[in-house]
Ligand binder design. Sequence first.
Ligand SMILES: C[S@@+](CC[C@H](N)C(=O)[O-])C[C@H]1O[C@@H](n2cnc3c(N)ncnc32)[C@H](O)[C@@H]1O
Length: 265
Amino acid sequence: MTADTRRILVIGIGAGDPDHLTLAAVKAMRRADVFFVIGKGEEKSGLTDLRRDMLDEHVPGPYRVVEAEDPWRDRTPQDRSRYASAVDDWRRRRADVYERLIREELAPGEHGAFLVWGDPSLYDSTLAILDDIRGRDTVAFEHEVIPGVSSVSALAARHRIPLNQVGRPVHITPARHLADRVGEGPAETLPDDGDVVVMLDAHQTFTRFTGGDLWIYWGAYLGTPDELLVCGPVSEVADRILEVRAEARARHGWIMDTYLLRHHG
Ligand SMILES: C[S@@+](CC[C@H](N)C(=O)[O-])C[C@H]1O[C@@H](n2cnc3c(N)ncnc32)[C@H](O)[C@@H]1O
């Protein structure tokens, strides 16, 4: 690495609570010359505001903010292979945007930062996209990752539970994968090979599990003033979650929720 190498900082900023920003994240933010902010559209502008507030509070400056629009992504319901190719296609176009930002907006020797929601290692495309750009050999850069508090850690903390039961595994899955695993229609319960954290659930997959031994620890807008928490046996609280979730989603125009499904034998 030489003095004129472009450097990218991928900084986890926590999943909603500004106090979850780590000291390492603040130090990294202060090293950045440029912050790249990828817009997610009107409905999630609150998330962009949160990033701006963090910069105002922790970075004395001077720094630049460069905004870019997130490329359009086909979100129409699809089978597994069409879904994978829609995601691939969107990632490629996102990589085009990131590549242009690094090449045109970051001078050799400067530090550019991506402020990543939660932890960059968990269901976030930034690291894969940077690898893709490196493979293109069009712009040289080094990158560094600063971990953040994930929504999964925030969920466990707010419900005051450990993620795993003693000596047992815990799985983290996108809802789509869980739904594929249990197939069509209601399922009595999950195979008891550990507890399951479910993310990215647009279809309330938990309602498929009707058996009495499965508990849900559900959280939405974790760490924000709008936070919602519900827990109990799925068979007893599923309707309440559906109601609370629908009302909150209508009011805010968007929702992010995560939950743990736990066998209480
Ligand atoms: C693209 S993933 C990003 C995950 C993020 N990297 C992390 O570490 O939490 C988005 C999913 O994370 C979860 N999520 C992120 N922030 C959340 C929050 N504040 N409250 C509840 N769930 C959240 C939701 O399941 C959402 O669908």
